[in-house]
Ligand binder design. Structure first.
Ligand code: FMN
Length: 183
């Protein structure tokens, strides 16, 4: 049984991208051969980065659990909003915290926006950072435009048939990466 951790990156009050994280959790669980968990950065409320986990003398329990979750996961899906053409500070905060945990980790990026372009500008900066960390980012995009129209608050897709046309090839890439674990 493969396990995927889903990072829900928005910590904004009234956030919408969490809908997409909830959707992925439910959708993947239906497959029967994948387990998931959401790392909800709004709930975790990590302090502002002041040192990498490996160099922290007394890291908090939540931080250690987060690191273990990422390390053990077969893949990570990052659901991130686009803020002014980039990804939120909350996400950089946890990416920089770790290092060996990202090594060769299959990562799928899902960008979210309430506009027409699905947060696709995020990919440039986020991809570069993850590449620097030597994460194995899948070569497939999943931009979510007009998030409030496409997903309910509970994470149900309003048009699953249309969504699945994009979802299937995206998940195929993630599954390929998961099937090629690090040496
Ligand atoms: C500070 C800030 C900057 C934003 N910048 C962009 C942007 O550059 N492009 C875009 O499509 N949407 C932008 N948005 C709108 C988000 O796409 C919208 O809030 C969406 O619901 C995803 O973010 P959320 O999960 O925090 O709700 C911005 C929102 C905020 C709060």
């Amino acid at each position: 049984m493969a396990h995927i951790e889903i990072i829900s990156a928005s910590v904004r009050k009234g956030r919408n991208s969490h809908r997409v994280a909830l959707f992925f959790q439910k959708y993947l669980a239906q497959s029967g051969d994948i387990t998931t968990a959401i790392q909800d950065l709004a709930a975790l409320q990590f302090p502002l980065f002041d040192e990498r986990l490996a160099f922290q003398p007394d890291p908090g329990r939540d931080v250690k659990q987060f690191a273990t979750a990422i390390e053990k996961a077969d893949a990570v899906i990052i659901v991130t909003p686009e803020y002014n053409g980039g990804y939120p500070a909350s996400l950089k905060n946890v990416i920089d915290l770790l290092y060996p945990q990202w090594y060769h980790k299959p990562v799928g990026v899902v960008t979210v926006s309430d506009g027409d372009f699905g947060g696709s500008q995020v990919i440039v900066s986020l991809l570069f950072t993850l590449w620097k960390m030597k994460a194995w980012v899948i070569p497939a995009q999943f931009p979510v435009p007009n998030v409030e129209q496409l997903f309910t608050e509970a994470g149900e897709a309003t048009d699953l048939v249309a969504l699945e046309k994009r979802l299937r090839p995206y998940l195929k890439e993630l599954q390929w990466a998961m099937a090629h674990p690090k040496a």
